[in-house]
Design a protein around this ligand. Structure first.
Ligand code: ZN
Length: 210
């Protein structure tokens, strides 16, 4: 079956039955299966999926389908070990949910540290926001060894951008701050000249160790 998202004509192909899809999605507690997708599972169990919901339901189920060939991991470089250390340091300094927002080709790329409690401890989650009203979409994770594991449907160019970021994180953060006028870490408006030039406010700068 091909399922089409009526909002943007995106397509997903799936041979899963609804029950199989529910069985795949239910055990997952990753951020991409919470909230919206959980409500779809609930609706799926109650026979009332419509339009874009049907598309997202099967798209997510296929992403987690254990019988599907895995999307190849892409090495994003040794620089990522440094970034993981940076996030952990920010957490140790009191930042509850360290995250960094970047911008490339009009698309926001949001990096956040996975919680210590889950299977993805020390991984960095990668979310993409295309500004099309779909919010931050989980697009993959970077392992502590510096491998980016994109989900199916992760836009092209993201791995290359992560490589670039790993090589020179401060440059990417500066670019974000200059373009948006907000701190790449906490999202607060950058108010003084030095902060604007650095793309990051003084408190976040200290926490992340720039
Ligand atoms: Zn900040």
């Amino acid at each position: 079956m091909i399922y089409i998202n009526p909002k943007n004509n995106a397509k997903v192909s799936s041979e899963l039955t609804r029950q199989e899809a529910i069985a795949i999605l239910l055990p997952h507690k990753e951020p991409e299966v919470t909230g919206f997708i959980r409500s779809l599972i609930f609706h799926g169990q109650n026979q009332s999926l419509r339009g874009a919901q049907v598309y997202w339901f099967y798209k997510k189920a296929e992403e987690f389908n254990p019988n599907k060939t895995a999307t190849a991991a892409i090495t994003v470089g040794a620089g990522f070990a440094r970034i993981q250390t940076m996030f952990k340091q920010a957490k140790a300094k009191g930042l509850k949910k360290p995250r960094i927002k970047l911008k490339s080709n009009g698309r926001k790329i949001i990096l956040s540290l996975a919680p210590d409690s889950g299977n993805n401890k020390d991984h960095i989650y990668v979310k993409i926001n295309d500004g099309n009203g779909e919010g931050d979409i989980y697009s993959g994770k970077v392992t502590p060894a510096g491998e980016f594991k994109p989900v199916d449907g992760c836009p092209e160019g993201v791995a290359e951008y992560l490589q670039q970021f790993a090589n020179d994180p401060l440059q990417a953060i500066i670019a974000y701050g200059r373009e948006t006028g907000e701190c790449s870490c906490c999202g607060r408006e950058l108010t003084n000249h030095v902060s604007i030039e650095l793309g990051i406010g003084p408190i976040c700068r200290e926490r992340f160790g720039f």
